[in-house]
Write a protein that binds this ligand. Structure first.
Ligand code: NAD
Length: 248
């Protein structure tokens, strides 16, 4: 299948986890894919460009480079993000600023730089990586949840603003996904294997979400197969949201 034949896609955070799985999937379906990442170490045919989504000049230069090298830009996957733990007292103002800057403003900066190019595409789509943390009321995730809540609202606002100019904006909301990020969190636990087993047992379908499953949802929302879908937040969480289950 070649839904993305002749299209150019950028994936922020495209060198690891969900972003890398997405970059590989879009590439296998015909796209030229550029991973924008702090550490853009990706294998051919993916192209890596260093970019820091918390730095507007870096983002502008990276998007300019993509369009200069490949002549167009059709798909943006706003996926780069960082985590934070603890209740509302746990993080300093500087930490709040940093996480909101990367997770929310990062998407704003990339979208702002990309929109003039997306307007020229017959197949323009933006997909943001949200999280079930946006609405699930996860304990000990105040800052992270607030950042993803903002991503949720931003996605709806962007969808409303751009759907009439042919640019569809949607988001995926993964549950706990098996990525290097979650691997690092598990490794820091006293008993990583026991922690993993407990985490798996908490998921409705008894296992972590795979990065490839999230990538599949992103690819769908980025492709013409979802040509009439905008302003949708697609949960990829083993059914937690759809079944209205509480995180255990
Ligand atoms: P990951 O840590 O494996 O990958 C994140 C990538 O983003 C890394 O390559 C990192 O270098 C890059 N990155 C970080 N800060 C950046 C910046 N300022 N500029 C450019 N690149 C930057 O993480 P992941 O688990 O694949 O998470 C990807 C996205 O999915 C994040 O937005 C995260 O919030 C979201 N998410 C993850 C899970 C999960 O359980 N893993 C669940 C829900 C949502």
């Amino acid at each position: 299948m070649t839904e993305f034949e002749s299209l150019v896609a950028v994936v922020t955070g495209g060198a690891s986890g969900i972003g890398l799985a997405t970059a590989n999937l879009l590439s296998s379906r015909g796209a030229t894919v550029v991973a924008l990442d702090l550490n853009p170490d990706v294998k051919d045919p993916l192209v890596g460009i260093r970019a820091d989504v918390s730095d507007d000049d870096s983002v502008k230069a990276a998007i300019d480079e993509v369009v200069q090298r490949f002549g167009r830009l059709d798909v943006v996957v706003n996926n780069a993000g960082i985590g934070a733990q603890g209740d509302v007292t746990a993080n300093t103002d500087a930490e709040w600023s940093k996480v909101l800057d990367v997770n929310v403003l990062g998407m704003v900066r990339v979208s702002r730089a990309a929109l003039p190019h997306l307007r020229k595409s017959p197949s323009a789509a933006i997909v943001n990586t949200c999280s079930i943390a946006a609405w699930a009321g996860l304990p000990q995730r105040a800052l992270y949840s607030a950042s993803k809540g903002a991503v949720y609202s931003l996605t709806l606002a962007m969808a409303a603003d751009h759907v009439r100019e042919g640019i569809r904006v949607n988001a995926v909301a993964p549950g706990t996904a098996d990525t290097p990020w979650v691997g690092r969190l598990l490794d820091s636990a006293p008993d990583p294997a026991a922690e993993r087993a407990a985490l798996e047992a908490r998921q409705p379908h008894g296992r972590l979400v795979s990065a490839d499953e999230v990538a599949g949802a992103i690819a769908y929302l980025a492709s013409p197969l979802s040509g009439s879908t905008a302003g949708t937040i697609l949960a990829v969480d083993g059914g937690m949201y759809g079944l209205r289950l509480r995180p255990k």
